[in-house]
Design a protein. Structure first.
Lengths: 144, 509
C-alpha cells in the first residue's frame, strides 16, 4: 500500500478555501492541470456517490467517485475508478482546517493506493508533487 | 455546549513538537500560564489515566487527567478533574499535523464544556485567549528555528569556552569573491542550508581561512558520522546554526599552524571529536587545543570511526565506573555504535557482559563483540532474563542510553549496590521518579555528561591514550560498516536514521 501525504498553508479563511474546493466538479477552477470536468448522469456535484469525469490538459481522462463529504469537518474523500496512472484501490481525502492565528487555512491532501512495487516511489512523488502540491500552489496564488 | 478551537503553524517538524507535547507533564516547561506541574503518584507521563496536578502563575490549582494519547495521530485528549472555574464537562484535544510544504507543524487545540448560565462568554474568552492562544504563541516562540529545542540522544554539549570566532561569510558561502583572504583555500564541503531531512545536506565550495592565533588548518582524511550530526541537521541540537558545515569527528593532517601553537606542526597526524561543528569538509581551520595527535600505528579511518564513541566508552567503563574482572554488566543497544565498543572493551576488562538488542540480526553482531548473552528485547523481558542469568542476583552495572523506555527495567535488573549509568535518552526523557525506590537495593544512579569529561586537553589526552592502547591490544576494534564519499553525506544520514548500520559509518573526502 502506497501512501501520499501533502499539506500546506493557504492565506485565506478556511470557509473561503472550503467553499472553493468542496465543489467536486470544480477542479478546472482551482487546479492547473484539469481541462474540463462533468458529473456523470447529471447528478448534483455534492451528492455522495456521484462520479466526476474530467480530462487533463495533457490529454488523460479520470473518473472518480465521491465517497464522503463533510461540511462539518471540511473534508471530502473519493476513490479513483479510471485513470491513465496505473494505480488500484486509490482513495484520497482532502481536508481544510482553520488556522485561527492569522485567519489562515491548513490544507491536507492524502491518498492510499496499490501499484507495482517498482513504480511506487515514482507514483508517490508524481501524485504528491505534480497533483496535490501543484494544486495547493494554485490555491496559494489565488488567495495571495 | 461551548466549543472552542484555536490553531497555529509552528516553524518546526511535527515529530519534534510532538516529542515535547506528548509528555502530559511538559506544560510547565512551555506554557507561560503554568507555574509548576507534577504527575500524581509518578506513573509514566504518557499513559492515559495519568493525572497532572499543577498551579498557574496566578495561584490557581488544577488537576487534569489524560484520557487518550495517540502517537499515530499525534494527538492527546484530557479532561478537568478539579479547577477553580466552573468548566463543567471540559474535554480538550491537542492535535498536530505535519505541514509537508516547508516542514512545519499545524497545531490545533480544541475543547468543549458546559458553562453555567451567563458565564459562557467570559469563560470562553479566558480559555481561548489565556490558555490556548497564549500557549500556542509560546510554542511558536519556543520552536522558532533560530532557537534551541529540546534534544535527545547522547548528550554532547557545547564546550564551555567560546567556539572559534571566524567570519561566517569567509567560511560558508557559495564561491563568489574567490578570495576573502589571500591565503584562504577553497575546499569541498557539505552544508546544512536550513534544518530538515537528509536532503538539506548540500554540496558546496567553502573557503577555509588560514589559521589564526592558537589555530591550525587541517586536511581531513576520514570523517565520522554520528547521531549528534542528525540532531544538528534537524534542529534538535543547537550546536549548529544554518547555514553551517555539520560534523564533529574527523582525522587528518595539519597543513599549517597559527601563532602560539606549540604542540602541533604541519605534517602532524591528528584526530578530534568535539564541537564546534565543521567536520563534513575536505579541510577546516580550528582551535589547536581540541586536536589530539594520532599515533603512527593507528590509521585515519580507524580513528575517525571510533574516536568519539571510544572516548565515551572510556568515560563509561573507566571513569564513571571502573569495570573490573568478574563484574557483571548489562549493555543496552549492544549492537549500536557505542554498544559494540562497550561490550568488547568490558569483556577485555574481565566483565561478564549481557547485551540487549532490538532484532536477531543485531544479536549476532553483539555476540561477535563478545557478549556472553544477548537478549532480543522485542521477544523477551530483559529484566526477567537478567534475573535468570544471574541466578537472581542482578548485575553490577547497567549502561542505558534509551532513557524512558528502559529506565525502570534497568533499575530492576541491578543487584545490591549496583549502578545504573544513564548516558542518553534516545527513547525520550526519563521523567520524574521517586529516589526512595533506589533504596530497595542501595543502587547508585549516574547521569554522566561527556562534555564534562573531555572539555580540556588535560582530561582528553589520558583518555585518548587509554583508547589508543585499547585499539592496539584489540580491546577496542572499530567495525567500519560503511565508507561513503563526502558528497554522499545525505545517504549516510539516511542509513543512520534507518538504523541500517551495525558499526561505524565514515565519509571520505
Amino acid at each position: 500500500l502506497a501512501k501520499v501525504f501533502v499539506s500546506s498553508v493557504v492565506n485565506a479563511p478556511a470557509g473561503q478555501v472550503w467553499a472553493l474546493v468542496r465543489d467536486f466538479n470544480g477542479l478546472p477552477a482551482w487546479t492547473p492541470y484539469v481541462a474540463e470536468s462533468r458529473i456523470e448522469l447529471g447528478a448534483p456535484a455534492d451528492q455522495v456517490g456521484c462520479i466526476r469525469n474530467f480530462s487533463l490538459k495533457d490529454g488523460g481522462r479520470i473518473r472518480e467517485r465521491l465517497l464522503a463529504l463533510s461540511d462539518y469537518e471540511f473534508s471530502m474523500s473519493y476513490s479513483m475508478l479510471e485513470s491513465p496512472m496505473g494505480v488500484e484501490n486509490y482513495v484520497a481525502t482532502l481536508r481544510v482546517a482553520p488556522v485561527t492565528e492569522g485567519d489562515r487555512s491548513y490544507v491536507e491532501w492524502t491518498a492510499d493506493f496499490d501499484c507495482p512495487p517498482q513504480r511506487e516511489s515514482e507514483l508517490v512523488t508524481h501524485i504528491g508533487k505534480n497533483v496535490f502540491l501543484a494544486a495547493f500552489r494554485t490555491l496559494q496564488a489565488r488567495f495571495a | 455546549m461551548i466549543r472552542l478551537r484555536r490553531s497555529t503553524i509552528v516553524e518546526a517538524p511535527a515529530e519534534l513538537v510532538w516529542r515535547v507535547l506528548r509528555d502530559f507533564n511538559s506544560h510547565d516547561s512551555w506554557h507561560p500560564a503554568v507555574a509548576e506541574s507534577r504527575i500524581e503518584n509518578s506513573p509514566p507521563h504518557d499513559a492515559p489515566g495519568a493525572v497532572r496536578a499543577f498551579r498557574l502563575t496566578d495561584g490557581a490549582f488544577l488537576r487534569e487527567q489524560l484520557i487518550a494519547l495517540s502517537d499515530r495521530d499525534m494527538s492527546l485528549t484530557y479532561c478537568i478533574l478539579e479547577a477553580p472555574l466552573p468548566l463543567m464537562g471540559y474535554v480538550a484535544t491537542l492535535r498536530l499535523r505535519p505541514v509537508t510544504d516547508g516542514d512545519r507543524t499545524f497545531i490545533q487545540w480544541e475543547s468543549q464544556f458546559d458553562p453555567p448560565p451567563g458565564q459562557a462568554e467570559a469563560l470562553s474568552r479566558l480559555v481561548a485567549e489565556d490558555i490556548y492562544e497564549a500557549g500556542l504563541a509560546a510554542l511558536q516562540a519556543r520552536f522558532d528555528r533560530r532557537r534551541r529545542t529540546p534534544g535527545s540522544g547522547v548528550d554532547v554539549p557545547a564546550l564551555p569556552r567560546p567556539a572559534v570566532q571566524v567570519d561566517r561569510e569567509a567560511r560558508i558561502g557559495e564561491r563568489s569573491g574567490g578570495g576573502a583572504h589571500p591565503a584562504a583555500m577553497e575546499t569541498e564541503a557539505i552544508v546544512v542550508e536550513h534544518h530538515g531531512g537528509p536532503e538539506v545536506l548540500a554540496r558546496r565550495k567553502i573557503l577555509v581561512p588560514p589559521p589564526g592565533a592558537g589555530e591550525v588548518r587541517l586536511r581531513h582524511d576520514a570523517i565520522g558520522v554520528n547521531f549528534i550530526d542528525v540532531h544538528c541537521r534537524t534542529g534538535e541540537s543547537d550546536l549548529l546554526r544554518p547555514p553551517a558545515v555539520p560534523g564533529m569527528e574527523a582525522a587528518g593532517i595539519v597543513l599549517d599552524a597559527g601563532t602560539g601553537v606549540t604542540h602541533l606542526a604541519a605534517g602532524d597526524r591528528v584526530v578530534y571529536a568535539c564541537p564546534p561543528v565543521g567536520a563534513y569538509a575536505a579541510a577546516r581551520t580550528m582551535e589547536a587545543e581540541l586536536l589530539v595527535r594520532l599515533p603512527a600505528d593507528i590509521g585515519a579511518e580507524t580513528a575517525a570511526a571510533i574516536f568519539l564513541k571510544g572516548l565515551l566508552a572510556d568515560v563509561l567503563l573507566n571513569q564513571v565506573h571502573r569495570i573490573g574482572p568478574g563484574e557483571s554488566i548489562l549493555v543496552h543497544a549492544a549492537a549500536g555504535g557505542v554498544g559494540l565498543i562497550l561490550c568488547r572493551w568490558a569483556k577485555a576488562l574481565g566483565a561478564n557482559v549481557i547485551g540487549t538488542v532490538s532484532t536477531e540480526v543485531k544479536a549476532d553482531a553483539a555476540l561477535r563483540a563478545g557478549c556472553d548473552h544477548v537478549i532480543v528485547r522485542r521477544r523477551h523481558d530483559f529484566t526477567a532474563v537478567v534475573c535468570d542469568l544471574t541466578r537472581g542476583r542482578g548485575v553490577d552495572v547497567v549502561y542505558d542510553a534509551f532513557g524512558r523506555e528502559t529506565f525502570d527495567g534497568s533499575l530492576a535488573a541491578l543487584g545490591f549496590g549496583g549502578q545504573l549509568v544513564s548516558y542518553g535518552q534516545t527513547s525520550g526523557p526519563v521523567g520524574e521518579r521517586d529516589i526512595g525506590a533506589l533504596a530497595a537495593k542501595s543502587v547508585t544512579l549516574s547521569r554522566p555528561n561527556f562534555g564534562h569529561y573531555s572539555d580540556t586537553a588535560e582530561k582528553l589526552r589520558p583518555m585518548a591514550d587509554r583508547l589508543f592502547e585499547a585499539i592496539r591490544t584489540g580491546a577496542v576494534a572499530p567495525t567500519i560498516d560503511t565508507r561513503l564519499p563526502l558528497a554522499e553525506a545525505a545517504e549516510g544520514h539516511r542509513r543512520l536514521e534507518a538504523r541500517e548500520n551495525i558499526g561505524a559509518l565514515i565519509l571520505i573526502p
